[in-house]
Design a binder for this molecule. Structure first.
Ligand code: ZN
Ligand code: ZN
Length: 344
């Protein structure tokens, strides 16, 4: 029983930690938290270990490498191996519909296909040859993106909505973010594959979670486990309650219950991120713009009056042309803005 409580506490802590990181990453308190955390660690951990950790973190998050791709495939492989090896057979014995059981495999095929495309597709790298073309795709809003600005690293003129990726060391057209899970930038030319990848990954995690839950519920109902009794450490007789039932299932099907816990947490995290990505696509914003737009909002707050150097600037999303047009821009290549104006 203690193990179950600790396990649930661990899952809740991981989930809460991730939610807190997501919330803090949008606020300025994250910098303070990171600084404070680093200071505490510097007192506890030996210097040589700190240097090794710093090197490892730098390698993982600030250089192009395949570590997260390997981790991604290992985790996905483990879930699907468990699904095929145990759950699929059990569900077939319980006469679950075969279409229902094959759905995760169909999602896996689409997911792997879009994953590969996201990894290998050029996100919209700006070069000397295409610099001029990209300069005419989006209008400059003169708040977030200014005309005639050069990238200090590439020395290329920066088109509106572009950004230099410090990990890949190139400027990307309609830069969204650098994704370590696909080891590539997400930009104008691969955002559509990324969205399909995210959608199918969420759907496959949710489908495996639903099948696992359906199997366990079916098993409990079929074998009338709720009617059973058990004797506790003090010799008292009890009717099976929910907590004891979960513990019983965990001990009988440890791999399936562990996988269920993992895919449930994953479904919520990916589902939340998918909603955010769909919101950005529907409003024609990139993650980079959403993040920078928050700072533009800060300049407009009442505290601006106390800061003589701050200039109140209002960022307005000038690229949104309605839901259909915004989605079209994700799934079809964008036109230079003067051509788009002619079309409208
Ligand atoms: Zn650059
Ligand atoms: Zn990148």
């Amino acid at each position: 029983m203690d193990f179950l409580v600790l396990f649930l506490f661990y899952l809740a802590s991981v989930l809460m930690g991730l939610v807190l990181i997501c919330i803090c990453s949008k606020t300025h308190c994250s910098k303070g938290l990171v600084k404070g955390g680093a200071q505490i660690f510097s007192y506890i951990i030996p210097e040589c270990l700190q240097r090794a950790m710093h090197r490892l973190l730098h390698y993982l998050f600030h250089t192009r490498n395949h570590s997260f791709i390997v981790l991604h495939l290992v985790l996905q492989g483990m879930v699907y191996t468990e699904y095929t090896w145990e759950l699929f057979g059990y569900c077939q014995e319980l006469e679950f519909s075969l279409y229902y059981l094959l759905l995760p495999y169909l999602l896996l095929i689409v997911n792997l296909f879009s994953f590969i495309l996201t990894c290998v597709t050029n996100p919209g790298i700006i070069t000397k040859a295409n610099e001029l073309l990209f300069l005419h795709v989006y209008e400059f809003d003169e708040v977030m993106f200014l005309k005639n600005v050069r990238c200090s690293t590439c020395d290329l003129r920066k088109p509106a909505r572009s950004k230099h990726c410090s990990v890949c060391n190139w400027c990307v057209h309609r830069f969204d973010h650098h994704c370590v899970w696909v080891n590539n930038c997400i930009g104008a030319w691969n955002i559509r594959y990324f969205l399909i990848y995210l959608l199918t990954l969420t759907a496959s995690a949710a489908t495996v979670a639903i099948v696992s839950t359906a199997f366990l519920v079916h098993l409990v109902v079929m074998s009338d486990l709720y009617q059973e009794t058990y004797i506790d450490d003090f010799g008292r007789l009890h009717i099976m309650d929910t907590v004891f039932l979960i513990q019983y299932l965990f001990l009988t099907f440890p791999r399936i219950v562990f996988m269920l816990g993992f895919v449930v947490v994953l479904s919520f995290l990916l589902g939340g991120y998918l909603c955010f990505a769909v919101y950005l696509a529907a409003t024609n914003q990139t993650t980079n713009e959403w993040h920078r737009g928050d700072r533009a909002w800060c300049w407009r707050c009442p505290l601006v009056a106390w800061c003589p150097s701050a200039e109140p600037q209002i960022h307005q999303n000038i690229h949104s042309h309605g839901l259909w047009s915004n989605l079209q821009e994700i799934f079809l290549p964008a036109f230079p803005y003067h051509e788009r104006k002619k079309q409208e």
